[in-house]
Write a protein that binds this ligand. Structure first.
Ligand code: GTP
Ligand code: MG
Length: 195
């Protein structure tokens, strides 16, 4: 499904720019710099289909990618980035909230969490929004290559405890490293299996 079947479709800056909801879609949400765009690149096997960057706040639009003939992958602007102008932050937040609460063909949200940091209050805010919108979400730990095996259990305990508070949370956590390719096949098959 992923090999050679992903194309960039469009960047969306307002709800009325969303493509038709005739395909099912999954989205990638998470704090700024958590690795959303990099993960999409890793999933597709292309180096730079989604624009990744060291500069937090790089993805400022909702970026749509077609996946085969029946699915969209959606790269969301990051949240929790403090250094952007207030007006800009508010605009993204409004778009993000409208999108997450109003997209009827959204089958699953992947909430990315940096393995070094665990679930933060801004992540919980998004999780509550997903609860109230009845969008099933699944937690994806990113940058596993930066966390030693021995340090992982403590973070995962914190993440599990956070997820337990959210009725829309899917219990299985996916551990990934886009750098090492870890967890990528798992995530591909989860996406391919959604109907
Ligand atoms: P915004 O678009 O600003 O919200 O950020 P983003 O979530 O799309 O993050 P992006 O993919 O641009 O990655 C941010 C930084 O993290 C880049 O420097 C990436 O190279 C790095 N990064 C992403 N994934 C991994 C990973 O699995 N391992 C390591 N070591 N670095 C990663
Ligand atoms: Mg990005």
């Amino acid at each position: 499904l992923f090999a050679g079947e992903v194309e960039f479709l469009k960047g969306v800056v307002a709800m009325d720019g969303l493509p038709g909801s005739d395909r099912i879609e999954v989205c990638f949400a998470g704090r700024s710099n958590v690795g959303k765009s990099t993960l999409i690149n890793a999933l597709t096997g292309r180096k730079a289909i989604a624009r990744a960057s060291n500069t937090p706040g790089r993805t400022q639009e909702i970026n749509y990618f077609t996946l085969g003939a029946e699915r969209y992958l959606v790269d969301l602007p990051g949240y929790g980035y403090a250094n952007a102008p207030v007006a800009v932050v508010e605009k993204w937040q409004r778009l993000l909230k409208n999108y997450l609460s109003g997209r009827q063909n959204l089958r699953r949200a992947f909430v990315l969490v940096d393995f070094r940091h665990g679930v933060k209050p801004v992540d919980e805010e998004i999780m509550r929004l997903l609860d109230s919108s009845a969008v099933t979400f699944q937690c994806v730990m990113t940058k596993a290559d930066k966390v030693k095996e021995v340090d992982r259990a403590a973070v995962l305990t914190q993440v599990r405890a956070a997820l337990a508070k959210h009725p829309a949370a899917y219990p299985e956590i996916v551990l990934t490293s886009s750098e090492k390719g870890m967890g990528i096949p798992t995530l591909r098959s989860i996406i391919a299996g959604l109907i």
